[in-house]
Design a protein around this ligand. Sequence first.
Ligand code: 0WD
Ligand code: CA
Length: 381
Amino acid sequence: DDNFNNAKKSKQDDANLQIHSLNCRNHSNFDKKFPHFRQPSEIGSFSLDINRRFDHSDNQLKAYVKPPNYDNVHFDLRQGYSTMIRKDESKKEYINDILKWILKNQAKFALQSNRTDDLEKTKRQLYTDFICWRGLLTKFLCTPYENREGWCVAITLYNGTYYLCEYDTEEKKQHTLNRTERDEEMCCWGWKFEQYLTGDSPTSVPDTDKPYNNCEAFCTVVRSRLNTHSLVFSGEVDAVHTDTVQGKHYVEFKTCRDFTHPRQYTSFKRYKLIKWWAQSFLVGIPEIICGYRDDDGIVHRLQSYNTQKLPDIAKDIPNTWRPNICFNFLDQLLSFIKSVVKTDDSSVVHLLEWSPGKPVICSKPLHDSDYNFLPQWYTDV
Ligand code: 0WD
Ligand code: CA
């Protein structure tokens, strides 16, 4: 409990509530040197097919087809919207695909242990502190600078591992309900953009006449460590690129409204670059390719960003975000989880919640609640 100093564990008036909280407004608590974060290494991957079915292969990994001239492209992101194949958003996927991958790769976890002699007894041990989606860690990293969207996470401690699963906040549910037709369409521009830049090989011609979709995905699974916390997480990867400078590496695609005013560039540095950096840095993706578009959904130019350099690009704005703050916050948040969640039981969850301007709060243990997310097929084997 003593390895973090700002976790105010406040026993509330009602002792039964047992709410614990972690302050995250005071950045000086996190303004120490960048903590040890082990270079994430890929330990596996999987694909999701057009029906969102788990596929233990790299079938959905696409090749980056590099346009010859980044300053002169013309991608119409509105094309094909009417035939786009949409993922069913009403089906919650929890962390099931990661769990499926784990069941098929238990040996990769056993190797973490020196006790290979007693494999039978220990085979349900992952020797890993945290399992989650990369997108959740991105949100955690950005929390010290986030002032709009909160988050809600269910945590289950099972066989010594903390499993984290994100749930929509009330605000997010309302926001989704209030989306306009144009919002809906603009949400899909990113997937159309991917289609313009990918193919089966780096030299194929992208087929932008076929319907695009947001169902198929290729996900990398990585292992890393942040100080005392070992982590295994998975994130979606847009494409693989091979060039003479960086060799073979993954790339992330983004779209962004082109700037017409310096104010927009400042806002881009403050609110977008932090998210781009956190997301790609976590899985070690070194290159982000941004398509700058207008309001009609036409991308006119591309720009490649080196993930590691994004904090430098954002340095010249007042009160900029800083990577050491983000990572020390994440370190303390993970320590906080370990200090609060003590019951090792697959049917128990704690809810960890945060909204802007507030501390992070962790609920008392909930037994067999609506937030249970570890399925029987995972815990029964
Ligand atoms: O906690 C999460 N992030 C969850 C992710 C909870 C439950 C499911 N998932 C799924 C997503 O649907 C997706 O298939 O996991 C996969 C991606 O996980 P991630 O890499 O941890 O997610 P994140 O880093 O937030 O997003 C990566 C990409 C997005 O790219 P952009 O450029 O927008 O950051 O995953 C895609 C999207 O392309 N993605 C989605 N695709 C379809 N439906 C969704 C979604 N709701 N969310 C992200
Ligand atoms: Ca993307």
